[in-house]
Ligand binder design. Structure first.
Ligand SMILES: CC(C)(COP(=O)(O)OP(=O)(O)OC[C@H]1O[C@@H](n2cnc3c(N)ncnc32)[C@H](O)[C@@H]1OP(=O)(O)O)[C@@H](O)C(=O)NCCC(=O)NCCS
Length: 133
């Protein structure tokens, strides 16, 4: 169901914000899930790179839920935080909100995902990261 109540997180900044264009839509005219997945991967890499202080690679998509459709022209905000850290890996929770096209007060939480990144060195070998504070 569409949420009419504004509900963008007030205590966090999105790691990316982007507006899907017609080229990002599927055959039915809604935004293609693969486009959303690639934006989530980019958004999640931001806190992972910050935590790892360097290069990371995506090793796994642990969970990915499309809660609501995204439409061409929606302003999509991606919020991402590292929520679990191993020796070399970091799991990032990504939440996506869409402000419906030209309706900043009409906000829906559209996607939630958990992605795992691994910090790598210049030879692409895993390298240790700091524990989560
Ligand atoms: C990521 C990669 C470097 C890991 O190398 P590896 O030899 O398997 O290393 P390890 O077995 O030591 O695993 C490294 C970490 O990844 C974690 N990991 C591996 N597979 C995983 C999976 N399916 N789900 C979650 N975590 C996983 C391990 O648990 C380990 O975490 P820890 O050190 O915090 O305990 C290697 O698999 C790789 O290069 N993959 C391709 C990455 C890529 O091209 N991504 C797409 C573009 S960015």
């Amino acid at each position: 169901m569409n949420q009419i109540t504004p509900m963008l997180p007030v205590d966090r900044e999105p790691t990316i914000r982007v507006i899907p264009m017609p080229k990002d839509s599927n055959a039915a005219g809604d935004v293609f899930g693969g486009w959303i997945m690639s934006q989530v991967d980019l958004a999640g890499s931001v806190p992972a790179v910050a935590h790892a202080k360097g290069r990371v690679v995506t090793v796994a998509v642990n969970e990915f839920i499309f809660k609501e459709p995204v439409f061409v022209g929606d302003l999509c905000s991606f919020y991402a935080d590292v929520d679990k850290v191993g020796r070399t890996s970091m799991r990032v929770r990504v939440e996506v909100y869409a402000q419906r096209r030209l309706q900043p007060d009409n906000v829906a939480k559209v996607t939630e995902a958990y992605i795992t990144y691994v910090a790598v060195d210049e030879h692409r070998n895993p390298r240790p990261v700091e524990p989560l504070k």
